[in-house]
Structures are given as structure tokens and as C-alpha cells.
Design a protein around this ligand. Structure first.
Ligand code: SF4
Length: 267
């Protein structure tokens, strides 16, 4: 089996949701523009480092979704998101703080780790390069709100970054956060993942795979007023046996999904 961060994180959030997604093949329909736009934006960044016109690439990539019928937030439009993206690209180029040599090799890097029982863990690292001259693993984020920097050290707890650091064996990490808002902004944030965190993450991966292989899929709703993780879970319709919710949120792939690790290219 090939595992990925998305799979492990999904299992840890709710094993029942993992079963629905990875064993039964229920996938969420892509109706959220933010996620698709993030993917288009990363392609534009890659084009920039490869010496191409990143604005043209963003327009082409995002243009493919102009008539996609996304569920936009109140006041948000396709044009507005494009404008924000163009503004962010301009700021990014002007700030010139990130350097990536050999971009074909150092952007969207596939890293594979061998695990016991012939399992593998696959990660896609956004990039490895330099922020202000210091070599680090780079994580692009596109968001509509600023990343919280307080209290100090908070960013080192980001589980995806711990995973990437574990997979790549690189301690220094830079978050480049592209904040889409009225006055768009880019945050350049640094953190360091300790060797102990990486070791613990490896243990967490092994323990989680052990539970998956033992077919342990209890529901873990995590409901605790006022937070209710089920409300934002795409599999809520299945748990409630609500056909209307299933039809509006999910599509079902045929059989178990052997290529689930490819989600890493998406999320
Ligand atoms: S709706 Fe709740 S219990 Fe059901 S799969 Fe999602 S998180 Fe788990």
C-alpha cells in the first residue's frame, strides 16, 4: 500500500470517514474555489521560477474554471479571485526573497519513504530553496486570512509541515502565505522541526497504518459543543443516511482507490 499525509490525517480525524473515502471510494465533489485556485496559483509560481510569464499561466489555469459553477463565498467572484492572485504574484516577484535553483528538480518534489510490510509513504514537497539566503523546505499556502504567528513556535506544530520535514529530512521550513483579501499580503514565516518531532511523526504513521491494516474504522465525530467536526465533513450524508446530502457533496469512484496517494498533488 502507498500512504500519504492526507490519508493519515483523514484517519486520525475520523476512521469512519477514512473508510468511506479510501475503501468505499466516496470523494467530495470539487465545489470549493479556494482549493482549486490554490492549485492554479502554485502552477503560476512554478512557471515564474522556470522563467515563464506567471500572470499568463495563472490566467490560463484559473480561466479553465471560469464557468465551473463553484459555490463562492458572499461577495466573492471569479474575477475578484483572479485580481487578488495577480496582485499577489506581482508582490511576490517584487519582493524577490525566495530563490529556487534547478526549479524542475526542486519544485513539487516527490519523496518516497519505505515502510515496514512493503508499504510506502509518498509526499509531494512544494519546493526546496532559499528564503533570504537560508536553505529550507518551502510550503506555499493560499488563504483568505493571515496565519497566526503567536504564540512563538506555533507554526512548528503544523502537522503537514512536520510530515514534509520528516519525509524530506530537512529541519528548516518556510511558509510563504499568500493572503487573498482586499489589500493582498504575503507572509514569509519560518519554523524549525526538531528531530524528535520527526521521529514521533514516523511513529504516528506506523501506529496509524497498523490500525488501518487491522480494519479499525470506528466513527470519531469529535462533537463537543460548539465545535462539530461532522458539520464540515464531506461524509456527513453517509453517516446520517441523508441521500440529498450525499448527492450534493459526494461522487463515488469505482471500488477501492489504489491511487489515493495522488491526493497529495491536489491538497
Ligand atoms: S460525519 Fe462525523 S462521524 Fe461521520 S464520517 Fe464524518 S466526521 Fe466521522
Amino acid at each position: 500500500m502507498i500512504y500519504s499525509y492526507t490519508q493519515i490525517a483523514n484517519y486520525l480525524r475520523c476512521p469512519r470517514s477514512y473508510r468511506y473515502r479510501y475503501l468505499d471510494g466516496w470523494r467530495e465533489k470539487e465545489t470549493r474555489p479556494a482549493m482549486i485556485f490554490g492549485r492554479c496559483f502554485e502552477k503560476a509560481l512554478e512557471a515564474y521560477f522556470c522563467g515563464e510569464d506567471c500572470g499568463v499561466v495563472l490566467y490560463k489555469e484559473w480561466g479553465a474554471y471560469r464557468e465551473a459553477g463553484f459555490e463562492y463565498k458572499k461577495g466573492e467572484t471569479w474575477d475578484q479571485i483572479l485580481r487578488q492572485g495577480m496582485q499577489l504574484l506581482q508582490h511576490f516577484v517584487q519582493s524577490n526573497r525566495i530563490r529556487i535553483s534547478k526549479p524542475k528538480e526542486n519544485i513539487q518534489i516527490k519523496v518516497t519513504r519505505e515502510l515496514p510490510n512493503a508499504n510506502q509513504f509518498v509526499s509531494y514537497i512544494d519546493a526546496v530553496g532559499e528564503l533570504d539566503g537560508t536553505r529550507c523546505l518551502i510550503d506555499w499556502k493560499t488563504t483568505t486570512s493571515r496565519y497566526s504567528e503567536e504564540p512563538a513556535g506555533l507554526l512548528s506544530l503544523d502537522p503537514q509541515v512536520v510530515c514534509d520535514s520528516w519525509a524530506a529530512g530537512i529541519a528548516d521550513v518556510a511558509f510563504v502565505v499568500f493572503v487573498r483579501k482586499h489589500h493582498s499580503e504575503i507572509q514569509y514565516l519560518r519554523t524549525c522541526i526538531s528531530e524528535e518531532q520527526r521521529r514521533e511523526f514516523g511513529q504516528l504513521v506506523s501506529a496509524t497504518i497498523g490500525q488501518i491494516e487491522a480494519a479499525q474504522f470506528p466513527s470519531h465525530s469529535g462533537i463537543r459543543f460548539p465545535q462539530n467536526g461532522c458539520v464540515s465533513c464531506s461524509h456527513l450524508g453517509l453517516c446520517l443516511e441523508d441521500q440529498k446530502l450525499i448527492d450534493s457533496n459526494l461522487i463515488r469512484a469505482a471500488g477501492a482507490n489504489d491511487l489515493a496517494w495522488l491526493d497529495e498533488l491536489v491538497f
